[in-house]
Design a protein around this ligand. Structure first.
Ligand SMILES: Nc1nc2c(ncn2[C@@H]2O[C@H](COP(=O)(O)OP(=O)(O)OP(=O)(O)O)[C@@H](O)[C@H]2O)c(=O)[nH]1
Ligand SMILES: [Mg+2]
Length: 1082
């Protein structure tokens, strides 16, 4: 069983509750680890208490199984993953270690949002999926479908799933993949002229049919995991081949699809539908399973040779009978594991494209990597177990186990006699205690005795010393053999083999004493484990291609890492996390003295969860960021019960907002066109007039804000404009491209060139083209080429534009230019302007939340030239570079010519520090202030984070669902009937700020029928103006004096300001009343 071709690494993926863990139970039971009677009820891989209580999986866990098939003995490393959207990062950690996946779809619910997500994840990681349509029993018992209806229903579900795969296939990812595949050899033909696809060899065919799910392709199983039965058409083909004397291959091709049996001619014909015949699948398959009439059963049972208990045969509930017969006749584990071994690739079949992706080539060109690194690709492809092969291991997450659970600390399982002995001992002790105490503290225990007592003894014995958390790394070997005691390099995500190879002596190994290299450390692997669900088994060595656990790595690895014996190994590409951590809470210990334990606990939690983030804010608050409410709850439980073991309290969730500006509205708050209303009295002056700008800040009528540094050396003019929505979205979506561009510019500044691969360059070109197409019109002329920076953090959804005509700086798009355009050097302090912009976009003036969708255009930047000569008055040395100046002048003077800025002899030696501090700092502060004022001069709005959710509900509870949604400011996007059911699917969006308790409320109001999953979707402008006060009679009548009754934005804004300890303006309202009286008295 140690042959690499016989290993399958796979995970089970699906939408929440579609039956992953239940199916895993059946597979586990096939190995005798749990009894088959309990399979489906135990949910063995849900080993956490809260997983069992809530009935949902929260952590991925792995188990190794054996499966004999024909002459071969397969080793199957199975990973069960959670389906709830909050835990999708756990899915990412599982998918990374696998070569294939079982995707499950509920036969009633069909394709759900997470089904689409997991299919996408599988594609992105280049792993091959097979499909299980689960809960077939519900079609019989709940929907009461006839065999014919069932066939049509199943066909629809397959179409749905394939539609998702189809869109993935046509998407860019798939195009590239298809391109690569077509270079390889196509299918070969056998003598009969039929095409045969050699799956087991793992060759990719030009034919794309294997990308789709179809029973005749052998990649679909129909199952009822809970009842332990399931089948592929393979099994039926075999049964009928014998019975009817038709070749298995023919049946395989015709059992699914538009074929029917012509009984007279004893032939299978095409065109069942047009001729009104029963398709073969109905006639030979669903008829048996769907019309399970008890009278017929006894005969059938006899003919199948299945043993069914007489009690079950006479059971009045047809479901019991169905399950009793089918689980023996068509055991689900047989069907699923056969499909897995035949259709999923072995570790040897890894595609070269996947290797390059894993090797974290990212935006770089593969051939720009060091030669020794490139050579490692071969090791990946060979997946060799030779001693000479380099060890390459990837750790996708760290999980905490109790020290008691480690095999070293655990006694071997007790034999029957030992258990009996202990039980006796326990009984004696108990009796003694009873006698001693007279009064028993716990009266029940005296009666239960037996097992409970034994459990107590088993538990309490090894538990004397304080239980300590241990971390086990969840990992896979990609090359070489991992042995206990091997010395290895642990490579962090930022490790650069090119840099390291230069620093390290030729041919060194991890056993040598080496100079310290950034992001690399050396350690010894001291414990290796076989992952067996709840149990770990110690191993001496693990060969290539396997999933394993590694103990004792917590000091070296935070969440994930790459381990290798070769320093040329690149760190693996980071995991794709689908979830955006968005729910944050501040955490405090109940007793302040327990702070150190909280800190330690949060550190452990951070390590144990792939997606939770732990931050300490400037205010000293300990903040926990999670993917959603359910995830938050789990993290808090973990902290309380496990990692900190103290009482803690968590703040209300901290809701993130964004700040933006919009175009001046044309209508007022009562929807009347601005300027046309009768202003009966001036109730309020317009905002601009109220707003007092501080000294040194000037604003002209067009909104240009001008500001001078305290030392009067520099003057900056900035204007803020809203970006078109499409542009903001583009910027949001292309953060990683922007980062690559930024890296490129940085390397250019340092005089090196980063080699960017063709594909990335094309994406950047494409991105640029799209930006250009959305930035049209006079206002945006040449804007794309004038982009100075992105922000905040140099890659966010805001733009800094260089609208200084006299300053041509190197473009942010330099990487697209074949050669460097000469003569475009940076002006001194260019970076200060960027930094000021970064600060301004990181926290806005409304409530210090980041900006979004704002363009800040620099239109003036004057610097006073300090007296270079000695004889002149400093004022004479003043030179200007600005738009306001005539162009000729700018062109003539030395400061106008860009090269001059870069020359070193004209730096600012004298002015760099004065009584106002370093000049660059003054410039940064001035730029930041100018941006803030420019922002405030425009109509400001908050943006709220929005969730989307899909709710499934029956017609009766629909009204209540809508009630809850509208109360929480939700909006319905779509409502449709789910085909073949009486359920409605409602798609809605609602603000994250209103979402807490939403899922619970929906569940309660609909008696548990609808249970939505909230997925972060986008940012949306809150339409109300937080600074709004009524200025017309109509507005005044409509909103009343205080005008804050309905101002959601103001509520949000003040909420954030209060939390941050910022000044909360409450004067606006007082002011308003005074104004009004004034107006009336006139
Ligand atoms: N009728 C029916 N119910 C099933 C079947 N398989 C699973 N269930 C039920 O569906 C529910 C969810 O099953 P799980 O196995 O926990 O689902 P899961 O996909 O692991 O869920 P998460 O891990 O939380 O995403 C349980 O109540 C099961 O009893 C099936 O074949 N038929
Ligand atoms: Mg589960």
């Amino acid at each position: 069983a140690r042959k690499t071709t016989n290993i399958r690494n796979l995970c089970i993926l699906a939408h929440v509750d579609h039956g992953k863990t239940t199916l895993a139970d059946s597979l586990v039971a096939s190995n005798g680890i749990i009894s088959s009677r309990l399979a489906g009820k135990l949910r063995y891989l849900d080993s956490r208490e809260d997983e069992q209580i809530r009935g949902i999986t929260m952590k991925s866990s792995a188990i190794s199984l054996h499966f004999p098939l024909g002459m071969n003995e397969y080793l199957i490393n199975l990973i069960d993953s959670p389906g709830h959207v909050d835990f999708s990062s756990e899915v990412s950690t599982a998918v990374r270690l696998c070569d294939g996946a079982i995707v499950i779809v509920d036969a009633v619910e069909g394709v759900c949002p997470q089904t689409q997500v997991v299919l996408r994840q599988a594609w992105l990681e280049n792993i091959r999926p097979v499909l299980v349509i689960n809960k077939i029993d519900r079609l019989i018992v709940e929907l009461k479908l006839t065999p014919q209806e069932a066939y049509i229903h199943l066909k629809k579900i397959l179409e749905q799933v394939n539609a998702v795969t189809g869109t993935l296939f046509t998407s860019k990812v798939m195009e590239e993949r298809a391109e690569k595949e077509s270079e390889k050899q196509g299918p070969y033909e056998n003598s009969g002229g039929e095409q045969i696809y050699d799956w087991s060899a793992g060759l990719e065919d030009t034919d794309d049919s294997h990308l789709y799910f179809s029973p005749d392709q052998g990649n679909v199983v129909f199952a009822s995991a809970i009842d332990g039965w399931g089948f592929s058409i393979h099994q039926f083909a075999q049964i009928y081949s014998q019975k009817m004397g038709i070749r298995v291959e023919v049946l395989l091709k015709t059992l699914w699809g538009d074929f029917y049996l012509n009984a007279k001619a004893k032939k299978i014909m095409k065109g069942a539908q047009s001729k009104g015949k029963k398709p073969l699948f109905v006639q030979l398959v669903t008829t048996y399973i769907f019309s399970f009439i008890p009278a017929k059963v006894e005969k059938m049972v006899a003919s199948l040779g299945v043993k069914v208990a007489a009690r079950d045969l006479r059971h009045s509930d047809p479901k019991v009978l169905l399950s009793a017969v089918c689980s023996q006749w068509l055991p689900v584990s047989q069907a699923v594991l056969t499909m897995v071994c035949e259709k999923l690739p072995s570790p040897l079949d890894v595609a070269s494209e996947r290797v390059e992706k894993l090797m974290s080539v990212g935006a770089r060109r593969f051939d720009s990597l060091p030669e020794r690194t490139q050579e490692l690709k071969k090791a990946f492809l060979e997946c060799s177990n030779e001693d000479a092969a380099p060890v390459i291991v990837f750790v996708s997450k760290m999980f905490a186990v109790d020290s008691k659970a480690l095999p070293q600390n655990k006694q071997r399982p007790l034999t029957q006699e030992e258990i009996a002995q202990r039980r006796e001992l326990a009984r004696q002790r108990h009796a003694e205690r009873l006698a001693a105490n007279q009064v028993s503290e716990n009266p029940e225990s005296a009666h239960t005795g037996g097992i409970a007592e034994t459990m107590e003894v088993l538990k309490s014995e090894p538990d004397k010393e304080e239980s300590k958390e241990h971390f086990v790394a969840f990992a896979r070997v990609y090359s070489g053999v991992v042995r206990r005691g091997t010395k290895v390099f642990v490579l962090g995500p930022k490790y650069d083999p090119a840099q390291a190879l230069k620093m390290l002596p030729e041919g060194c190994s991890s056993a040598d004493a080496l100079p310290s290299v950034p992001h690399m450390s050396c350690c010894t692997l001291d414990s290796l484990y076989l992952l067996m669900g709840r149990e770990l088994e110690e191993l001496e060595e693990v060969p290539s291609g396997n999933v394993l656990g590694i103990g004792g790595m917590e000091e070296w690895i935070l969440k994930s890492a790459t381990i290798s014996t070769s320093p040329a190994c690149p760190p693996f590409t980071p995991l794709n996390f689908e979830a955006t951590p968005i729910v944050r809470v501040a955490i405090e210990p109940k007793h302040p003295s327990e702070m150190p334990r909280l800190v330690k606990g949060m550190k452990l939690l951070n390590q144990a969860d792939p997606c939770a983030e732990v931050l300490i804010q400037e205010t000293g608050e300990h903040v926990l960021v999670t993917a959603g409410e359910v995830h938050l709850q789990r993290c808090l439980d973990d902290l309380r019960e496990r990692f900190a073991q103290i009482e803690i309290s968590a703040s209300k969730p901290i809701i993130p907002f964004r700040e933006t500006v919009i175009r001046r509205p044309k209508v007022d708050m009562v929807n009347e066109e601005l300027g046309k209303q009768q202003k009966v009295a001036v109730i309020h002056q317009s905002k601009e007039e109220q707003y007092k700008y501080p000294e040194g800040v000037q604003v002209d009528s067009s909104g240009l804000v001008t500001l001078t540094t305290p030392n009067k050396m520099a003057t900056i003019g900035v204007r803020a404009m809203p970006l078109p929505e499409e542009v903001t979205q583009l910027l949001e979506a292309n953060g990683s491209l922007i980062r690559t561009m930024e890296q490129f510019s940085l390397s250019m500044k340092e005089g090196k060139a980063l080699e960017i691969n063709q594909r990335t360059l094309e994406s950047i070109q494409d991105f640029k083209g799209k930006l250009e197409s959305h930035l049209q019109g006079r206002k945006w002329r040449d804007a794309v080429n004038r982009i100075w920076s992105f922000g905040p953090r140099r890659c966010g959804p805001n733009l800094l534009l260089n609208n200084l005509e006299s300053y041509q700086r190197p473009s942010v798009w330099q990487c697209l230019e074949g050669e460097r355009v000469p003569g475009t050097a940076l002006r001194d302090f260019d970076n200060s302007i960027i930094s000021g912009f970064q600060l301004a976009t990181l926290s806005g003036p409304m409530c210090e939340e980041p900006l979004m969708g704002v363009c800040l255009s620099v239109e003036r930047w004057d610097m006073k030239l300090p007296s270079l000569g000695s004889h002149q008055d400093s004022m004479d040395g003043e030179e200007k570079v600005s738009d306001g100046d005539s162009k000729q002048k700018a062109a003539q003077e030395p400061w106008g010519a860009a090269e001059a800025y870069g020359s070193h002899n004209k730096r600012w030696p004298d002015v760099s520090v004065d009584c106002y501090g370093p000049f660059s700092g003054q410039l940064i502060a001035a730029m930041k202030e100018a941006c803030r004022h420019a922002f405030q001069h425009q109509p400001q709005r908050l943006m709220a984070a929005m969730y989307t959710c899909e709710i499934m509900a029956t017609a009766e509870v629909l009204g209540r669902v809508y009630g809850v949604l509208s109360k929480r400011e939700g909006r319905i996007l779509q409502e449709e009937m789910k085909e073949g059911t009486d359920m409605f699917i409602i798609k809605a969006v609602l603000p994250v700020a209103e979402s807490f308790g939403f899922a619970d409320e929906i569940r309660k109001r609909t008696s548990g029928l609808a249970s939505p999953q909230l997925v972060f979707s986008h940012w949306e402008v809150v339409s109300s103006d937080p600074f709004w006060v009524p200025t017309t009679e109509e507005e005044y009548l409509h909103f009343g004096e205080k005008a804050d009754s309905s101002n959601q934005a103001l509520k949000y804004m003040n909420g954030v300001r209060k939390r941050k300890g910022l000044y909360v303006e409450e004067k606006i309202v007082e002011h308003a009343e005074k104004q009004r009286t004034l107006g009336k008295n006139k």
